[in-house]
Design a protein around this ligand. Structure first.
Ligand SMILES: [Zn+2]
Length: 141
């Protein structure tokens, strides 16, 4: 796994787009001391945007160096107006008490306005994009 798909994502408006560094996943991994427990399976379930399992170090590298990877979609409607953020979380936010083991790794949130803090979570990027569209409707109607 190279670690990073070639994505044209991010958000021009709030600037969450540019990479903060050029460390490759391999270089980043090399910065973690050999004895660190981060090199061991963490027991924490983390997944990439395709819902494929990734290592904790890989997840940290994406969070730290590729903020653009997180953003599925942002909708900014203007200064002082509510805005909508749909992101990849990577960490499984599902409570697997019952049979379904599908990881929940995407989230939409509305900030500001009548629906402030409204939240939906999803298993796939496609669901997240659909959910983002629903949130846009919610904000504008
Ligand atoms: Zn934005």
């Amino acid at each position: 796994m190279t670690g990073l798909p070639d994505l044209e994502v991010g958000c021009e408006i709030c600037g969450l787009r540019s990479r903060r560094g050029d460390l490759s996943l391999e270089e980043f991994t090399a910065t973690i001391p050999a004895g660190s427990s981060l090199h061991l399976p963490s027991g924490i379930a983390v997944y990439d945007r395709d819902a494929e399992p990734i290592s904790m170090i890989h997840w940290m590298w994406l969070i730290e160096f590729h903020p653009e990877y997180k953003i599925v979609r942002h909708t900014h409607s203007g200064e002082g107006e509510p805005w909508i953020s749909t992101v990849w979380l990577g960490l499984d936010h599902a409570f697997h008490f019952e049979g379904d083991q599908t990881p929940i790794i995407f989230e939409t949130m509305i900030f500001g306005g009548a629906h402030d803090q409204y939240q939906e979570r999803y298993a796939t990027e496609e669901q997240a994009r659909d959910g983002h569209a629903r949130a846009e409707l919610r904000v504008t109607t």
